[in-house]
Ligand binder design. Structure first.
Ligand code: SAM
Length: 249
C-alpha cells in the first residue's frame, strides 16, 4: 500500500502530467508511488536527494524527467544512457514510461548504484541496467563507447565538462541531451570548442516549463556527427579540472 505521502505525491503527479501533457496509466502511477516510498525510506540512511516533499518530487524529479518525452528525441527501442543519474533521474521515470527503451543508469558513487539496483528490482524494470563507473572510464570501454542512441545528463556538471563525459558514449548519428537550468545558453557558448573537438555538431535548444511551479528549464541536444578521437575522454577527473574550453589550442 502506498503511504499517505505517496498518495499526495500522486495527486500532484497527475496534475503535472496533464500540464505536460503525458498520459500515465494506473500501473505507471503505482510504479511512481513505489519508487517514491522506496526513495524516502532509503534516503533516511543514504544521502540520495534533498528533494523529498510530495509536490517537489512529483514536479522537480518526476515531471521534469518526463518532459524529455515531449521532445520526440527518444526513438522507439533506443539505447539510452543516463550519466550521473544519482537517485535515478531522469532514467527511471523514462524507463517506467517507455518499456521499449533500453536504459543504462550510470553513477560514480557506489552507495547510489546499490540503491538503484534495489529500486530497479522493486519496480521490475527489466529494461534497465545499473553501472557503477565514472563516465570517463565508461567512455574508454569498448562495450559502452559510441554504443548509445541518446546519452542523457541532468545536474551533473557544466556543459563544457559534461560534453566530454557524455559525447564519447553516443554513436555517430546519436546525440547527447543535457537538462539544464536558466544559464544554459551561456554554458552552451562556453562549450563550443569541446563540442567540435568531441565530434559534436548540430545543436537544438528547447525551453520547457516545469508544471505547477512554472519554473523554466532548458533541454539541449547536441548531435554526434563524427566519431570521437581516441584522445577523449581524458582520464577520470581531468575533464573537470581542465575543461577543454580552457585547454590551449
Ligand atoms: N541526475 C540526478 C538528478 O538530476 O537528480 C543526480 C544529480 S547529482 C547532483 C550528480 C550525480 O552525478 C551524483 O550522483 C554523482 O555521483 C554523479 N557523478 C558526478 N560526476 C560523475 C562522473 N564523472 N561519472 C559518473 N557519475 C558522476
Amino acid at each position: 500500500m502506498p503511504s499517505n505521502a505517496a498518495e499526495q505525491m500522486l495527486q500532484y503527479l497527475r496534475q503535472a502530467a496533464t500540464e505536460l501533457p503525458v498520459v500515465l496509466t494506473d500501473e505507471q502511477l503505482a510504479a511512481f508511488a513505489v519508487y517514491y516510498d522506496f526513495l524516502l525510506e532509503y534516503n533516511e540512511k543514504v544521502n540520495l536527494t534533498r528533494i523529498t516533499e510530495p509536490l517537489d518530487v512529483a514536479v522537480k524529479h518526476f515531471a521534469d524527467s518526463l518532459s524529455l518525452l515531449q521532445t520526440g528525441w527518444l526513438s522507439p527501442g533506443g539505447r539510452v544512457a543516463d550519466i550521473g543519474t544519482g537517485a535515478g533521474f531522469p532514467g527511471i521515470p523514462l524507463a517506467i514510461m517507455r518499456p521499449d527503451l533500453r536504459v543504462v543508469l550510470v553513477d560514480s558513487l557506489r552507495k547510489r548504484t546499490v540503491f538503484l539496483t534495489e529500486a530497479v528490482q522493486k519496480l521490475a524494470l527489466v529494461n534497465v541496467t545499473v553501472v557503477w563507473s565514472r563516465a570517463e572510464d565508461l567512455g574508454r570501454n569498448p562495450d559502452f563507447r559510441e554504443r548509445f542512441d541518446i546519452v542523457l545528463a541532468r545536474a551533473v556538471a557544466e556543459l563544457n565538462v559534461l560534453t566530454e563525459l557524455c559525447l564519447p558514449l553516443a554513436k555517430p548519428g546519436g546525440a547527447f541531451v543535457a537538462m539544464k537550468g536558466p544559464k544554459a545558453e551561456a554554458e552552451l557558448a562556453a562549450a563550443g570548442r569541446a563540442i567540435t573537438l568531441l565530434g559534436g555538431g548540430g545543436v537544438a535548444v528547447v525551453s520547457a516549463t516545469l508544471p505547477l511551479l512554472a519554473e523554466t528549464r532548458t533541454i539541449i541536444r547536441i548531435d554526434k556527427q563524427r566519431p570521437t578521437s581516441a584522445k577523449y575522454p581524458r582520464k577520470a577527473g581531468i575533464p573537470e579540472r581542465l575543461p577543454l574550453s580552457a585547454v590551449a589550442k
